[in-house]
Design a protein around this ligand. Structure first.
Ligand SMILES: [Zn+2]
Length: 158
């Protein structure tokens, strides 16, 4: 008899997105994304961070003041799209911890991603997310809220 307590595809891919988020150096927000092909193979992952060559120690992580992180940070979704290295993402699914902003929505649509599975929608109603949803819906991208059946998955090294 096969195991009954194996994780679902959705749990697996969302977990990979959350694991990628753990690589983020952002002290306030850690977001991860995972792009999956129609054949259930992972194409790419990404997390929020500064572009290559822009040092995590030199660029600002501040959210307020004169020098904030906002002009510099690449979001997880865009990093995942760029990390795919030009591979065809048509029909793919993007798993992401946080509902995509309007800038990422543009990239998601243009990359041909067909479905967005998200965990949190905590910025729902903000201008960015309103614009994002408007574009994603107009482009026919399916939006699915991930509803986990368990609160947590544990990974043990020992
Ligand atoms: Zn974004």
């Amino acid at each position: 008899m096969k195991r009954k307590d194996y994780i679902s595809w959705d749990e697996y891919f969302m977990s990979v997105a959350l694991l990628a988020a753990m690589r983020s150096k952002d002290p306030n927000t850690q977001v991860g994304a995972c792009i999956v092909g129609e054949d259930k193979r992972i194409i790419s992952t990404g997390y929020n961070g500064f572009p290559r060559g822009c040092s995590d120690d030199e660029f600002p992580w501040d959210r307020e003041g004169e020098d904030t992180k906002y002009p510099f940070v690449v979001h997880a979704e865009l990093n995942a799209i760029l990390n795919a290295g030009g591979r065809n993402l048509s029909g793919s699914k993007l798993y992401v911890a946080l509902f995509p902003c309007n800038e990422c929505a543009k990239a998601i649509i243009q990359a041909g991603i067909k479905t967005v599975v998200y965990l949190s929608d905590k910025y729902d109603g903000t201008p960015s997310v309103l614009a994002s949803k408007r574009m994603l819906r107009a482009a026919g991208v399916k939006l699915e809220k991930f509803e986990p059946e368990t609160d947590k998955l544990e990974i043990k090294f020992r």
